[in-house]
Design a protein around this ligand. Sequence first.
Ligand SMILES: NC(=O)c1ccc[n+]([C@@H]2O[C@H](COP(=O)([O-])OP(=O)(O)OC[C@H]3O[C@@H](n4cnc5c(N)ncnc54)[C@H](OP(=O)(O)O)[C@@H]3O)[C@@H](O)[C@H]2O)c1
Length: 285
Amino acid sequence: MAVTIATSLSSTVKLNDGVDMPLFGLGTFRCESGANKEAENAVVSAIQLGYRYIDTAVLYGNEEDVGRGIKRSGVKREDIFVTTKVWDDCHGYDECKKSFQASFKRLDCGYVDQLLIHSPNGGRNVEMYKAMLEFKQQGLVRSVGVSNFGIHHIQGLLDAGMPTPSVNQIEFHPWMKRPKLVDFCREKNIVVVGYCPIVRQQKFDDPDVVRLSKMLNKSPGQILIRYSVQMGIITIPKSGNPKRIKENAEVFDWEIPQEGMDSLNSKEESGITWDPCSSSNPWLG
Ligand SMILES: NC(=O)c1ccc[n+]([C@@H]2O[C@H](COP(=O)([O-])OP(=O)(O)OC[C@H]3O[C@@H](n4cnc5c(N)ncnc54)[C@H](OP(=O)(O)O)[C@@H]3O)[C@@H](O)[C@H]2O)c1
């Protein structure tokens, strides 16, 4: 598949199911729900700044806040793309159905643009996927995909005769480039969505990040977000802070030069999250 590079917050890519998906979004993991309205306010700020894609999950505990933020933003529902995910404790057909029905109520936004299996760890991917496809048929979900799937997990779905997932959402940044998995997804026409683009601030003192940040007069966060953009990966930086939400989106009118991309591409692989795709992951046996 041809790789599409985002040129603005409203750039989109056509998924293998015909749905147009924005190439840049707001992550909401650890965006707090409830009294301080962090998650709701972050969603409102992001949408009002031009973000068109919000990523949430049952696990994040903020689907209601995301739904409220979308309503409060003043932007038409059909102009926003919302992804949520079914967590590991709801693998299986009936479990997935129950989980999504609850997500649907919490989000309360008419339909869900994209529903993902959060990870393959629950082990009942095919049953779960079948339930998700029924939601699509019923018009409750527009696009069905996966997250944290390795090649063998995706192949397992395809071997069972399932339609190809629209996306695979995986950890992606200079220390987690996963070329084999990314190439496999692209060969199968599966769009890669990269999470943890700014490596949760853990690599802000990397010498190349510091050097590029000074050279281009951009923050370390912007350098890392721009890296994902230039790699043609959909990216979803999280921030609950309106200033950073704005800063993170200011990555479309400048470029990291090739030598800078080369230096970031030369980093050794060392993921920072739970990495369920890894063959050394004890959950996979
Ligand atoms: N599918 C999965 O299994 C999975 C796993 C992890 C993440 N995700 C998704 O991907 C999204 C992004 O990943 P992530 O949240 O783990 O990590 P991330 O986006 O790499 O980093 C988020 C952290 O960086 C801070 N930050 C944001 N912008 C900044 C800036 N410009 N300068 C300095 N610090 C900044 C945020 O704090 P403030 O909020 O205070 O700004 C937050 O602590 C998640 O929110 C979630 O939607 C999915």
